[in-house]
Every structure is written in structure tokens, then in C-alpha cells.
Design a protein around this ligand. Structure first.
Ligand code: NAI
Length: 352
């Protein structure tokens, strides 16, 4: 789709576009909503075949941030940015630093309408660089005055979400002996695996990086699963913690689980996949509800002045929010994704 078609079918507030001459990159910032507060969401550094694809990502992802922040009940709206580069510059390179400093100036020029953080291909060190030119950045390193990588908090939130989901599906939140398949053993998945192991779950683990699988097999006695055999694998809970788009008309019929509850963003290929899961008798914990631990960590520690205890309480609250979503879905005969969207809409309209 062309730029004008994409923009005219979007319901957000504004998109800021800058072409970066020195690198031939597009910098796109989507401010989807500032109704509940400044638009907050990560900066994705990625190569795209065409700038329209980058814009499509910004529009979809910024809208998803609006509902995520609302359901997490944070004083933020939804935003997202993409720096669409011809080739992702190497970490710690001068080229990357120069690009991020110019990008930071663009963020700063918005005077806080948009607040950035890390996302795909960006991390703590990049947020430190951005922080040299703007204060509207979360997730800098602790040394630079930030709260660091939020992956550990995301994992704790997903863990509480899995317990709430298991309670809904099986009548008890006890994970002892429950089989949980974790797909993707990165910042979130590896830590989630540890929490699940400590709670007595029977762990199955998959990653395209075999070293990551091997490490959890050795340390936690997890059972390895080949990355391309994840979908049909029998288990109680499937926890996608790698990439989006894993739940589609093609994959859902082969799922061997009773619950899908994991960290990955945009797990559903399309809206109707939530109904497909419901029809298949699979309980789906909506991704943006269960993976809100990251934004709770960033907003809590850096903006709201919360201490560890308060953040932990809010991460545990992800389980309560899911119980509310599951209850609403059951009561009204709708998918859990529709029930989550309804909760987000109610929280947004409550402040207007
Ligand atoms: P990461 O990049 O640290 O780890 C992803 C892992 O998935 C890597 O080990 C990679 O090798 C593996 N992987 C990639 N494709 C795979 C495949 N097809 N099959 C199996 N493994 C595969 O990412 P991180 O930070 O752990 O995030 C995981 C997911 O959670 C992402 O979708 C991310 O957007 C989402 N998320 C992360 C948050 C955070 O705080 N880090 C917050 C909210 C969502």
C-alpha cells in the first residue's frame, strides 16, 4: 500500500517522517494516542525492502502500544518508531552512534509527545546514546541513570500470566508437573524458563540458536524441541517468546496445547485467529496484556518513582488483569482478544 493509503486508514494522531540523507534511512515516529499521556513505545532499527513496509510497522505497532499502556493502566499513550536503514549498523560503531544521535534530535524536537525505549535491534547502550540528546527516553543503563533492560520484569509478568491462564484452563494455578513449551530463549524466554522451573513445571525449550537450548537443557534439565517442531508438540502451555505471527489459520489446527501464553508481540496473524483459538478450545492470553511487564518496569522505575515492591505488585497484577479478561470473554461469549480490546477501550474512554 502507498503512504497515503496507509495513513488515511489509520486512526492515530500523527506520524513524523524524516529522511536521513547521510545514511539513506527513514526515521518514522508514530504517535497513535496521547489521550492517557505521552505516546510511549520502542524504537525498532531494521532494514525494509520499501519505506511503506516500515510505515506499516509504525502504524500497527503504535496502535498496539495504546491498548497495551491502557490495559496496564499506565499514564501513557501509544507510540512506536522505526529507523528504517539500508543495513543495520554494527553495535558500538561510529555509524550507528551518529545515526542514533540524529534520531535523538528528532525525538527531542517533539518535546515529549513521544517517549522512546528499546525494541527490535536496539538495547540499553543505544538508549544511552539517544539519552545524550534527549531526556525523552526510557531504558538507559543504570550507570546512565535509567532502569536497564526490562526483560527480567517482562519475564516475571509472563510467569504470573501463565499461572492465571493455567488456573482458568485447569482449575488450579499450580505449575507442578504442568508441561510448558518456551519458544525463544532470549532476554525474556530464558528468564521465564527459570521461573517455570523453580515452580516445578516440566520444561520444553526451543530456539534457532542451539547454544541457548543447550544451556537450559544443562542448567534446568529442560527437554529440547527442534525449532520447526514446536507447533505440533503436545504440552499444557505454549509460551511464544520469539517472533510474532505464530498463531495463524495454518498453525492453529496443529497446536498441541491447551493454553497459549507468552511474551512475543503480535502473536495473532489476523484478528480472526483469536476466534480460531477459541473454537479450538485453546485459551489465549492476549499478548499485549501478558507482556506488559516491560512497560510497567520502565514507567514504574523511571517516571512514577515506584520501588521494587510496587513494581513487583504491578507485575503480579498482570495475572489479575488476565482473570478479568478471561471472565469477560467467558461471560459474553467472545474471544479473549476481543475482551482485552474492550477493557482497553473502556480505560481510554474513562479519561476523555
Ligand atoms: P530476544 O531477541 O532477546 O530473544 C529472542 C529469541 O528468540 C532469540 O534467542 C532467538 O534466537 C529466538 N528465535 C528467533 N526466531 C525463532 C524461531 N523461529 N524459533 C525459535 N526461536 C527463535 O528477544 P526478547 O527481548 O527475549 O523478546 C522476545 C519476544 O517478546 C519478542 O517478540 C519481543 O518483541 C517480545 N517482548 C519483549 C519485551 C522485553 O522486555 N524484552 C517486552 C514485551 C514484548
Amino acid at each position: 500500500m502507498a503512504f497515503e493509503e496507509l495513513l488515511s486508514s489509520w486512526d492515530g494522531e500523527e506520524v513524523i517522517v524524516r529522511y536521513d540523507g547521510p545514511t539513506g534511512s527513514w526515521m518514522l515516529i508514530g504517535v497513535h494516542s496521547t489521550v492517557r499521556g505521552p505516546a510511549m513505545g520502542g524504537t525498532r532499527l531494521n532494514a525494509y525492502a520499501r519505506p511503506e513496509e516500515a510505515l506499516d510497522d509504525v502504524l500497527r505497532l503504535s496502535a498496539a502500544m495504546t491498548v497495551k499502556q491502557a490495559v496496564a493502566d499506565l499514564p501513557y499513550g501509544g507510540g512506536k518508531a522505526v529507523v528504517a536503514v539500508p543495513e543495520v549498523p554494527a553495535r558500538a560503531s561510529d555509524a550507528r552512534r551518529d545515526l542514533l544521535l540524529r534520531y535523538a534530535e528528532l525525538v527531542d524536537s517533539l518535546h515529549g509527545t513521544y517517549v522512546t525505549a528499546a525494541d527490535m535491534n536496539t538495547g540499553e547502550a543505544d538508549m544511552d546514546t539517544i539519552g545524550e540528546r534527549t531526556s525523552h527516553v526510557l531504558g538507559r543503563s543504570r550507570d546512565a541513570g535509567g532502569s536497564g533492560d526490562p526483560g527480567a520484569s517482562t519475564a516475571v509478568g509472563v510467569f504470573h500470566g501463565i499461572r492465571a491462564s493455567v488456573a482458568q484452563a485447569f482449575g488450579s494455578d499450580d505449575l507442578q508437573g504442568r508441561s510448558v513449551l518456551v519458544q525463544g530463549l532470549g532476554s525474556v524466554g530464558s528468564r521465564l524458563a527459570e521461573h517455570l522451573h523453580d515452580a516445578g513445571a516440566e520444561l520444553l525449550v526451543a530456539d534457532t540458536d542451539h547454544d541457548r537450548v543447550g544451556s537450559l537443557v544443562d542448567r534446568l534439565g529442560a527437554k529440547p524441541v527442534e525449532a520447526d517442531e514446536v507447533m505440533g508438540m503436545p504440552c499444557d502451555v505454549f509460551a511464544p517468546c520469539a517472533t510474532g505471527g505464530v498463531l495463524t489459520g495454518d498453525t492453529i489446527p496443529s497446536l498441541g496445547c491447551r493454553v497459549v501464553a507468552g511474551a512475543a508481540n503480535n502473536q495473532l496473524g489476523a484478528r480472526e485467529d483469536a476466534d480460531r483459538l477459541r473454537d479450538a478450545g485453546i485459551l489465549y492470553a492476549p499478548d499485549y496484556v501478558i507482556n506488559a511487564g516491560g512497560v510497567i518496569h520502565l514507567a514504574g522505575f523511571e517516571t512514577l518513582g515506584w520501588d521494587e515492591a510496587r513494581v513487583s505488585e504491578r507485575l503480579e497484577g498482570i495475572g489479575d488483569t488476565l482473570r478479568e479478561v478471561f471472565g469477560g470473554a467467558e461471560r459474553d461469549g467472545i474471544s479473549t482478544a476481543a475482551a482485552a480490546d474492550r477493557l482497553a477501550a473502556a480505560r481510554i474512554s474513562a479519561v476523555t
